[in-house]
Ligand binder design. Structure first.
Ligand code: PLP
Length: 400
């Protein structure tokens, strides 16, 4: 093969999510879409809210002059201003429009933040279970991933993070609300993490950057509050996206916010704007920037996801599964009833139910169920989950 050896290596087993999606495509082709219960992909099934469609419609009917031209690489000033106003209000810290770079989703934002802060061979801490793409984003820019486990309840393990910080560590990526576990970190934990990072910065004599990935920020339930992020560790980035709360995953729109308290704020602004250009994004999609500027208060109907979460959790619990109800996102990280999560995934596959094994997120013993699906899919899958559990118990499976 003539492609790069590094890419060949990276592509080998690069994503269980894609693998399961492909299994689903094959099953759908064979059995018809209605016979496959696919919980593998975190792609919102809800259509974008009416406010977004209306904004697009107005922009198409009356496009501002120059809408489709090149623009500043950090995006339209009006969009950044509108987001900066909301972030300032939300975080209680004065965010300036120049602290923002409009990006090609959270994925673009994270890549820009990593590229801006590491040199080849520097380490970035990634917490397991993880969003698997981090394992590619860090090496994209010459960095080395240092994996650190979260606690049994998936909260931040500060001792493990401290042990993972070495002389080459430059950054840490965290994600809240969390994919795949649905955990929302409490603010006191973010404050404690900031204390740890400050101490380690003094010891190491260099800055440690915290990248907080927040695409699910609006998808929280039962009055759970997201932690404030910009009051704690000064060298913080927020990587945000509208893929999930506005149902725009295919449109590729998000932003990177640089903390106004970051010591090298000016340099970071210039570096991130430059990298948005030179990584090949140039700028975030123009019409999308203006459309989200006009729909910042909108979101898909959270009640739909809450209803799906509750039906799924209650149904699985009454079938005999051990279930921890997620506080946010549209993922349930379900403890596998047998130690081998891949074998459990395959048992579910025999029932045409597709989930992703926890091994694909660096935490074996669990499976991720993405419940951004129609309620009928959940209803049809629940008896299948129950059958699999009965079968495994009948086979005398050792409980996990
Ligand atoms: C935790 C996490 N971060 C980042 C992304 C990428 O989001 P975007 O579509 O905005 O690039 C996803 C998408 O699933 C995600 O789950």
């Amino acid at each position: 093969m003539s492609i790069s050896l590094a890419v060949q290596e990276a592509m080998r087993g690069s994503s269980w999510i894609r693998k399961m999606f492909e299994v689903g495509e094959a099953l759908r082709a064979r059995l018809g879409a209605g016979a496959v219960f696919d919980f593998s992909l975190g792609s919102p099934h809800l259509e974008p809210p009416a406010a977004f469609a209306q904004a697009l419609h107005e922009l198409a009917a009356n496009p501002p002059r120059g809408l489709h031209k090149y623009m500043p690489n950090n995006g339209f000033a009006s969009t950044r201003r509108a987001i900066a106003a909301r972030l300032s209000q939300q975080e209680g810290v004065a965010v300036d429009e120049e602290d923002l770079v409009m990006t090609v989703g959270a994925a673009g934002a994270i890549n820009v933040a990593i590229a801006a802060t590491i040199d080849p061979g520097d380490e970035v801490i990634v917490l397991a279970p993880y969003f698997v793409e981090y394992l590619f984003y860090v090496p994209n820019h010459g960095g080395v991933v240092k994996l650190v486990n979260t606690r049994g309840d998936f909260d931040l393990d500060l001792d493990a993070i401290e042990a993972g910080i070495g002389p080459r560590t430059r950054g840490l990526i965290i994600n809240t609300p969390h994919n795949p576990t649905g955990v929302v970190y409490r603010e006191e934990r973010i404050a404690e993490l900031a204390g740890l990072l400050a101490r380690k910065e003094r010891e190491l004599g260099h800055t440690l950057y915290l990248i907080v990935d927040t695409p699910y920020a609006k998808l929280v339930y039962d009055g759970v509050r997201n932690p404030l992020l910009l009051r704690h560790h000064p060298s913080t980035f927020i990587a945000h996206s509208f893929s999930k709360d506005l149902g725009l995953a295919g449109e590729r729109i998000g932003f990177l916010a640089i903390s106004p308290r970051a010591p090298h704020r000016e340099d970071l602004r210039r570096a991130c704007t430059f990298l948005n250009r030179t990584l090949g994004y140039i700028n975030a999609p123009a019409i999308l920037q203006l459309a989200i500027e006009r729909s910042l208060d909108a979101s898909v109907d959270l009640e739909v996801y809450r209803g799906l979460r509750d039906r799924l959790c209650d149904g699985l619990r009454s079938a005999g599964y051990e279930v921890h109800r997620p506080a946010g996102t549209f993922y349930l990280f379900l403890r596998s009833p047998i130690p081998d999560d891949i074998a459990f995934t395959q048992e579910l596959q025999k029932e045409n139910v597709l989930v992703v094994p926890g091994s694909g997120f660096g935490r074996p013993g669990y499976v991720r169920i993405a419940f951004c699906v129609a309620m009928e899919t959940v209803e049809a899958a629940l008896p299948r989950f129950a059958r699999v559990l009965e079968r495994l118990r009948g086979a005398g499976a050792r409980p996990a």
